[in-house]
Write a protein that binds this ligand. Structure first.
Ligand SMILES: [Zn+2]
Length: 128
């Protein structure tokens, strides 16, 4: 996977674009905001701002070797492989920088991160 993260200096070096930078920071603080739509002319530092902000963020703890970067402290946020690994002895963790991933235009949240298992939710009364 290509790393699109830039040096954090690039974020502070962007001149102007205060609303864009503030919105990105707020979204990083509280992802429940649901994302940021940035539009602008070519060369207005849209991609630079996103990639440099990722460089500013602290490292996160993930399950070592998991392709999804599962949170090792919340089984509700784990993939099936990590759940199975946890039940058979425990999880090794690692710290990694936040990543910037390029998605096709019009990608919805459920396409990017999956959705509720309706069958499981109806049968067991819980979401996984
Ligand atoms: Zn996982």
């Amino acid at each position: 996977m290509k790393n699109h993260t830039l040096n954090p200096y690039h974020f502070t070096a962007i001149v102007g674009q205060d609303k864009m930078k503030k919105t990105l920071i707020l979204n990083a603080i509280n992802p429940k905001i649901g994302g940021v739509l940035i539009r602008g002319e070519k060369g207005t530092a849209k991609s630079t701002a996103v990639r440099a902000l990722a460089g500013l963020l602290p490292e996160i703890e993930v399950v070592e070797g998991c392709v999804f970067g599962c949170n090792p402290h919340n089984k509700n946020e784990m993939c099936e492989d990590c759940l199975e690994q946890m039940q058979h002895g425990g999880l090794k963790t690692a710290l990694r920088k936040m990543r910037v991933v390029d998605l096709p235009v019009s990608t919805t949240e459920d396409r990017a991160v999956g959705t509720l298992d309706i069958e499981h939710a109806i049968k067991k009364g819980e979401s996984i």
